[in-house]
Design a protein around this ligand. Sequence first.
Ligand code: ADP
Length: 485
Amino acid sequence: SKLVLKDPDLFRQANRVGAEWVQAASGKTIAVKNPATGEVIGHVPSLSREEVRQAIEAAQAAQPAWRGLLAKERAAILRRLFNLMMENADDLAAIMTAEQGKPLTESKGEIAYAASFIEWFAEEGKRVYGDMIPTFKQGSRILVMKEPIGVFAAITPWNFPAAMITRKAGPGWAAGCTGVIRPASQTPFSALAIAVLAERAGMPAGVCNVVTGSAKEQGEELSTNPMVRKLSFTGSTEVGRTLLAQCAGTIKKTSMELGGNAAFLVFDDADLDAAVTGAMASKFRNTGQTCVCANRIFVQDGVYDAFAEKLKKAVEALKVGNGMEQGVTQGPLINADAVAKVEEHIADATAAGAKVLTGGKRHALGGNFFEPTILTDVPVTAKVLKEETFGPMAPLIRFKDEAEGIRLANDTEFGLAAYFYARDVGRIFRVAEALESGIIGINEGIISTEVAPFGGVKESGLGREGSKYGIEDYLEIKYCLIGGV
Ligand code: ADP
């Protein structure tokens, strides 16, 4: 079960700082495990705070030359990186499945999705237009320029080991910024492989730095070092709050993609088969470990039983196993804590009267595997309505009418994604407008794409990633008043 790659050089057990591939001076490393087997697949350095500072300095040193290139020149390098990611998709996907656990087909999908941000922003970088504003004063002109903000830091989670890197670094690099990337300790090899390809694409040293090590120490340095002008984070609301507070000291611009608690509503007028397909995609993709996974499935009275029955059939057709194996659709959870959380949510809901329609316990495969689960008659007081399960458990909650559905869906401090299935066009507008959420899937369960803005409202975060909006977070506006004309 050793990781076999066409190009073993992509598997880098080192960090990228400036022009060097480095180890920690202390010699400290972190072991990375395959969540499907528990085997150690490799080690990455655990850089000290001082070494992270050196990475920030390398990024700062690379700034003038990188921002000084023509946008078209940066775009050419990014385009080469996109091509290299696609050409090496099989290896990148194998690395991802080994460290993250998701089925190989999902890993391949993520590599294409990750590469798409590099492609998109290579193009968008050429269209960072300023403004000429009609002046307020004779003999003067008003010019507005957009400039790269400077060094960015990107702190990313383990659930999308490649896409969360490129969704941040893509617009950053395209805008003319240089950066320091800190991937999650569970999944560092995908990020390091991208850094290998960035080097091959001709990206100058210092533009792409990747560090691994203690989250708390490195996070403190990245969020307090005055050279870092922008911090982009994807992860939990709890950690986001801490980073935001730490960024306050040096007034950094931030993007925060935080926790979700997505509502998925099925109305009486929905196409039920489509709703089942959407619910399966939204709930069970990545074994339920995405921040836009349906966490609360609200089904209207008139279709509740029929929907539950159809969903049960679909869930029972899922195949649980090692993501490297053909036909597997559900990989393991990331670790034992993740398994415990699913178990806890099921115990809490069933104690309050919920029934297990299918699944409900650890999988016979053992380890981090869990049975895809549906709970019915889940009371609105259950824990799962308040916090993300982040696992393969679909709780079905009954509602009576549109107003109640909307009220239940909005009854959370989060607001990242929401989904609903309905055919009535009036209802589609009413519900879309009423849901407090940054992203809404209407008769669709998969909403992620590089061409549309991804991000949340309320405590789900700040800023938007992807689309024409995504590059704005890496730009500063400079207003010049020119007199004496
Ligand atoms: P997740 O549930 O996705 O692991 P976290 O918010 O715990 O969510 O982690 C997201 C990323 O933030 C990971 O890379 C993690 O290592 C990092 N992280 C965790 N704690 C801190 C911290 N105190 N400061 C900076 N980064 C942190």
